[in-house]
Design a protein. Structure first.
Length: 131
C-alpha cells in the first residue's frame, strides 16, 4: 500500500472502532495480530476492545497526528471520555478525563499485523488527583 492508501485504511479502521462494528474488524486486523509483543489474535484483540468499551462506554478514538511510512503507520489518538470505574488501575469513577495514546501499527497483506501502544496514564492520574 502507498502512504495515502495506508492512511485511508487506517481511518476506515478507526471508523470501525468508533461504530463498534466488530463484524468488520477482520477487514482491518490480521487473524494473528500481535499487541505489544504478544500474539493475541483477532478474537483477543476484539475482546480487548470490547473490554475497553465496557470500562469507557463513551469511548471514541480521535486522530490527532497520523504519520505513514509503509508498511507502518504511527498515530497519536486523543480521548475525552468518562470511565465508569478504574482505568489502568486508577480510580476514575465516572469523572470526565482527557488523555492520549501513541500507537504504531505494522501492516502485512493490507491488514494490521502488529500494534505497539503507549497510553499516557500519568495524565489520567494527574487529572484524578486534582479533581
Amino acid at each position: 500500500m502507498t502512504s495515502e492508501e495506508l492512511k485511508l485504511s487506517y481511518r476506515a479502521y478507526i471508523t470501525c472502532l468508533n461504530s463498534q462494528d466488530w463484524k468488520r474488524l477482520g477487514l482491518y486486523v490480521a487473524r494473528d495480530v500481535e499487541y505489544n509483543g504478544s500474539k493475541i489474535g483477532l478474537e483477543g484483540y476484539r475482546r480487548m476492545l470490547e473490554g475497553d468499551l465496557r470500562a469507557i462506554p463513551d469511548l471514541q478514538f480521535n486522530i490527532d497526528l497520523l504519520v505513514s511510512e509503509p508498511p507502518r503507520i504511527g498515530c497519536r489518538l486523543l480521548f475525552n471520555c468518562t470511565p465508569t470505574g478504574k482505568l489502568f488501575d486508577i480510580p476514575v469513577n465516572g469523572r470526565c478525563i482527557r488523555f492520549s495514546e501513541n500507537v504504531f501499527y505494522e501492516y502485512s497483506s493490507d491488514l494490521i499485523s502488529k500494534v505497539w501502544s503507549v497510553i499516557d496514564t500519568a495524565a489520567i492520574r494527574q487529572q484524578v488527583e486534582t479533581l
